[in-house]
Design a protein around this ligand. Structure first.
Ligand SMILES: NC(=O)c1ccc[n+]([C@@H]2O[C@H](COP(=O)([O-])OP(=O)(O)OC[C@H]3O[C@@H](n4cnc5c(N)ncnc54)[C@H](O)[C@@H]3O)[C@@H](O)[C@H]2O)c1
Ligand SMILES: CCCCCCO
Ligand SMILES: [Zn+2]
Ligand SMILES: [Zn+2]
Length: 394
């Protein structure tokens, strides 16, 4: 049994983002013990979400450097700070970039999951007390999205963490951390956008722009909800082909389709019975967002923005699109009240109501993190899951 590290600074490996667009550098960093209402976690596995790449690109105002990025991870509690009651060393956990304090006005409101308790400091790259737990070569490193999973050890607020199990059952030892880490962001988001934000119903028609992990989890949610038609839109033919296995019934490549001089949304409205009950943007491209809105059915169509556009980008449409009954909305983390919901998603996976395994197209070692960034940026595969610190090896 390794010597206890409780209360001590831990030196460990991390992928440091020193500057925007510079390859992440595997360094030895120091991780301070958790303060009150904080938890220190050994990260066993993490994936790379497109948002990690977006923040790394320098276009994200909350992409601060130097920092430890990463927000789609899972791990094991190493130690807890004063006042933490819901976690103990050894618990299997998933860090949450949307916290749930259950005290703020947002947590108390049924229409949102956007807990605001630690929002300001999290956006500044700090823990709730306004300081960092990370240093490297004498320099302070910022936190990211309140999770920073690109490190063998990280520290999160206790309201930004949930157990990888249902709240009422014992720890679900069979929940594989190397797969349920995906519930930390992309899959929970797309699935939640469908079942929470839009409440897609049996027999609905759906169109999804962007067939990456988020888009395909929208497709999975639409299938679970009983949609009768799911149109997938992507510019990469391999993505369109792969999407059929997830439940897409029709595919459209905006780059190659013959629109007869029409806009894509006009063509879709003409060829798909006046448009769709629900459309989703999972690209981050404001042009695609407009196509999605204007492909929603007149009178009742709803369009949901999930994609994160570059800072300063704006969306536009003619007001008449909304006057005639279309609804434009958006979602963060699929509307899930995170601490309460993610353990239930773990069980939905374990009970085969939703699937995660097919979203893992690559597995790699932590040192290969830059390859994973390159792959997500070039639309190769879906999720690469990195083994950060393998618990079986010590
Ligand atoms: N709102 C949230 O809570 C939340 C959560 C996770 C991810 N995101 C965002 O969702 C988006 C998707 O994330 P991901 O990890 O699935 O990314 P991804 O890169 O795996 O998938 C994006 C897909 O969109 C396609 N695409 C890009 N531009 C397009 C266009 N104009 N028309 C059609 N297809 C286009 C790409 O080919 C790719 O297949 C990103 O913007 C990400 O930042 C938001
Ligand atoms: C808060 C909405 C953006 C979060 C994107 C996570 O990938
Ligand atoms: Zn994400
Ligand atoms: Zn709250």
């Amino acid at each position: 049994m390794p010597e206890s590290t409780e209360g001590k600074v831990i030196s460990c490996k991390a992928a440091v983002a020193w500057e925007a667009q510079k390859p992440l550098s595997i360094e030895t960093i120091e991780v301070a013990p958790p303060k009150a209402h904080e938890v220190r976690i050994m990260i066993t596995h993490t994936a790379v979400c497109h948002t990690d790449w977006y923040s790394w690109s320098g276009k994200d105002p909350e992409g601060i450097f130097p920092s430890i990025l990463g927000h789609e991870g899972a791990g094991i509690v190493e130690s807890v700070g004063e006042g933490v009651t819901g976690f103990k060393p050894g618990d299997h956990v998933i860090p949450l970039f949307v916290p749930q304090c259950k005290e703020c006005d947002f947590c108390k409101h049924p229409k949102t999951n956007l807990c605001q308790k630690i929002r300001i400091q999290q956006g500044r790259g700090y823990m709730p007390d306004g300081t960092s737990r990370f240093t490297c070569k004498g320099k302070e490193l910022k936190h990211y999205m309140g999770t920073s999973t690109f490190s063998e050890y990280t520290v999160v607020a206790d309201i930004s963490l949930c157990k990888a199990k249902l709240l009422l059952s014992q720890i679900n030892p069979s929940a594989p951390l190397n797969t349920v880490c995906l519930l930390g962001c992309g899959i929970s988001t797309g699935y939640g956008a469908t079942v929470n934000t839009c409440k897609v119903e049996q027999g609905a028609t759906v169109a999804v722009w962007g067939l990456g992990t988020v888009g395909l989890s929208v497709v999975m949610g639409a299938k679970v909800a009983g949609a009768k038609q799911i149109v997938g839109v992507d510019m990469i033919d391999e993505k369109l082909e792969a999407a059929k296995a997830f439940g897409v019934t029709h595919t459209v490549n905006p780059k190659t389709i013959d629109l007869g001089g029409k806009k894509l949304q006009e063509w879709l409205v003409e060829n798909f019975n006046g448009g769709f009950d629900f459309t989703f943007d999972c690209t981050g491209n404001v042009g695609a967002m407009r196509q999605a809105l204007e492909s929603a059915h007149k009178g009742w169509g709803e369009s949901c923005i999930i994609g994160v556009a570059a800072a300063g980008e704006e969306i536009s449409t003619r007001p008449f699109q909304l006057v005639t009954g279309r609804v434009w909305k958006g979602t963060a983390f699929g509307g899930w009240k995170s601490v309460d919901s993610v353990p239930k998603l773990v069980d939905e996976y374990m009970n085969k109501k939703i699937q995660l395994d097919d979203f893992v197209t690559h597995r790699a070692e932590f040192d290969q993190i830059n390859d994973a960034f390159d792959m997500i940026h070039h639309g190769k595969g879906l999720r690469t899951v990195l083994t950060v610190k393998d618990p079986s090896k010590f």
